[in-house]
Design a protein around this ligand. Structure first.
Ligand code: GLY
Ligand code: MN
Length: 375
């Protein structure tokens, strides 16, 4: 049996589930190989199905040959699933005679819409009555993606290398007079023409006062002397995402305040990196950078988490956040991205993507972090 199927069956057994519905596109991809993002995988203990519509049935059959592919046709998902559940519910009822027992269904509560859930709930209850119960899987399935295989690590590393190349290219391209949108487009064109199939997320290029918005959208603003420019970008290589951020200066001499803030962010990142190793609690890593920035007097200007796992999707488990109790393990890929954002003035963020190893970490990002001035 393949390891992934075994892991899902373990989750079924641990939670006494009779069925699991997986509908998150990235989880479907990771568990089965099917990349269509439309449909769901249905797990029973002895049999597994992939349900989709006619646009994707051929693709699903090719990419996930181990699953029986079902075209939902005009019945839709709820009715098709109810048809497949029927023998299992009947078998459970027959074996329990008059005793009441539950047919417990695991579903991805963090992914599924309220409407979709209610459709499952109402259709299954109408067909089989009150024995139908639901179990929120929370993060249980997402967590199966936390530790990357060798093949996944190669793809993630290659994706980040394309990002590094794009950064060194953009240093030649960027100059006063260019707009944020032109810089973003150039980064995207470069990454796509160097092996990327797409972007991990909408590219951020934020200059001058716009850089105090952590997730700014590129505008027509023209870069000029005195600006900080934060570029946060990533690409998808063979299905896997990259993510990096660099802040550079336009002009010859940043102000004292710009130099001070840049240095605090950089030192906060280096301090966190210095602590990272397997066994370290994610919230403790976050605290290293957060306390550094707080002690420098800018604690209230660093609002987001220090980092996030990266894989098929740009934001995965675990998180470097004050709440994440997970321990780092070899094979985790995660970002380290402290920032300080001064509203109306400017912002700085520096982000690397790292892989946890047996004795520490490997930095997948190799772009320089010393403040670069371009004029
Ligand atoms: N680099 C974009 C993000 O982490 O949200
Ligand atoms: Mn990030």
């Amino acid at each position: 049996m393949d390891n992934k199927l075994e892991s899902v069956l373990d989750i079924m057994n641990e939670n006494q589930l009779q069925m699991i519905i997986i509908s998150d596109g990235y989880n479907m991809h990771s568990l089965s190989g099917y990349k269509g993002h439309t449909g769901c995988i249905l797990y029973f203990k002895d049999k597994q199905y992939i349900l989709t519509d006619s646009r994707y049935t051929e693709q699903a059959t090719i990419e996930a040959p181990q699953l029986m592919c079902i075209d939902i046709g005009s019945d839709g998902y709820s009715k098709t699933i109810a048809g497949l559940m029927k023998p299992y519910v009947e078998q459970m009822n027959a074996s329990h005679n008059q005793e009441t027992s539950a047919f417990l269904i695991g579903f991805e509560n963090e992914h599924i819409s309220y409407n979709q859930f209610m459709s499952f709930h109402d259709t299954f209850r109408e067909a089989f009555g009150d024995c139908i119960q639901f179990h929120e899987l929370k993060n249980q399935i997402n967590k199966l993606r936390v530790i990357k295989s060798e093949d996944e690590l190669v793809r993630l590393s290659k994706a980040e290398q394309i990002g590094d190349l794009a950064f060194s290219h953009i240093l030649q391209f960027i100059k006063p007079g260019k707009t944020e949108m032109e810089v973003a487009l150039e980064l995207e064109y470069f990454m796509k023409s160097h092996g990327a199939s797409g972007l991990s997320f909408d590219t951020i290029v934020a200059s001058g006062p716009n850089s105090s918005l952590p997730h700014a959208v590129p505008t027509e603003r023209i870069l000029k002397d005195g600006d900080f420019v934060t570029m946060d970008f990533g690409c998808v290589y063979k299905g896997y995402c990259s993510d990096m951020t660099r802040t550079i200066y336009i002009g010859k001499e940043p102000s004292k305040k710009q130099q001070e803030i840049y240095e605090i962010v950089l030192q906060a990142q280096l301090a966190a990196l210095a602590e990272i190793k397997p066994g370290m609690k994610c919230s403790d890593v976050d605290a290293v950078a957060r306390n550094f920035i707080k002690n420098a007097g800018y604690g209230s200007y660093f609002g987001h988490g220090l980092g996030h796992g990266v894989g098929l999707y740009i934001h995965e488990e675990p998180r470097f956040s004050p709440k994440c109790e997970e321990l780092l393990t070899p094979g985790v890929v995660i970002t380290v991205e402290p920032g300080i954002y001064l509203p109306g003035e400017f912002g700085v963020r520096i982000e690397d993507m790292i892989q946890i190893t047996e004795d520490g970490y490997r930095n997948l990002t190799s772009s320089p972090k010393k403040l670069i001035c371009v004029s």
